[in-house]
Design a protein around this ligand. Structure first.
Ligand code: ADP
Length: 240
């Protein structure tokens, strides 16, 4: 279980980007995190993955608290940012092997996982090419494969569907469902509300740094789309 409890983050310029946020995501859930631009999504994601500190509150995965168990916590998670920075001059296969080395994954296991996902995303033939020759979508696929190699308990993704063609989006959705079917957790942000509506067991809406909805979407209103609901809850805020 992922437990975010009363997390507050204020930037040095005074922006209160996350105001007392509490979210609990159970094992086996896909959590869709949505909100207008500037609402505070990336700020919370960066806190969960330990990219910056936060002022108060706690973040816990199973029995590990981020602040007290940084290394063990990070071993159990994977993070795919919205615009992954990869080593451009390295061949894709060498990059994946490097990540597998970092997490100490044995040869047989890494080979199986790399080829399984490279076949699914149809980039196996490109694995011997330097990453700089990859398109944005191919880089996104490579980042997704690298996140799956150590079989994390929690997968966090910022806008994972941006740049993927329809077939790759479909494949990613399949991978996400397979991932949580094993009792693991996905936490992702997206502006593609149709995908969130279809894919997520649990959604969170953040507006101006505060959680304005946290729960199952299907229970809200059978007649209402997630888009209508989202706009109702967030329309009073400035969209930048
Ligand atoms: P989202 O991901 O939902 O678009 P962010 O978390 O990036 O929102 O931003 C939330 C708020 O925090 C915004 O007001 C933004 O301007 C501010 N902010 C984000 N990053 C920084 C930063 N590094 N320094 C100062 N303010 C920031």
């Amino acid at each position: 279980m992922l437990e975010i409890l009363n997390v507050t983050k204020k930037y040095k310029n005074g922006a209160l980007a996350n105001d007392n946020i509490s979210i609990r995501v159970n094992d086996g859930e896909i959590y869709g995190f949505i909100g207008p631009n500037g609402a505070g999504k990336s700020t919370l994601i960066k806190s969960i993955v330990g990219l910056h500190s936060f002022d108060s509150g706690s973040i816990k995965l199973d029995n590990l608290t981020l602040k007290d168990n940084q290394i063990d916590f990070k071993k159990k998670i994977a993070y795919i940012p919205d615009n992954p920075d990869l080593y451009e001059n390295v061949k894709a296969i060498n990059y994946l092997n490097f990540i597998a080395d970092v997490f100490d994954i044995d040869k047989e296991k890494r080979t199986n996982l790399i080829f399984k996902y490279a076949d699914l995303f149809e980039i196996r033939d490109s694995l011997n090419m330097p990453i700089k020759s990859f398109s944005h979508g191919m880089k996104q696929k490579l980042a997704i494969i690298s996140a799956l190699i150590h079989e994390p308990k929690l997968l966090i993704m910022d806008e994972p569907f941006v740049g993927l063609d329809p077939k790759s989006s479909y494949d990613l959705k399949q991978i996400m469902q397979e991932f949580v079917a094993e009792g693991r957790i996905i936490f992702f942000s997206s502006h593609v509300l149709e995908v969130v509506e279809k894919l997520c067991d649990h959604i969170g809406i953040i507006n101006a740094g505060k959680i304005v909805y946290d729960g199952s979407f299907s229970k809200i209103n059978a007649d209402k789309s997630l888009e209508d609901f989202f706009l109702e809850l967030t329309e009073n805020e400035k969209h930048n």
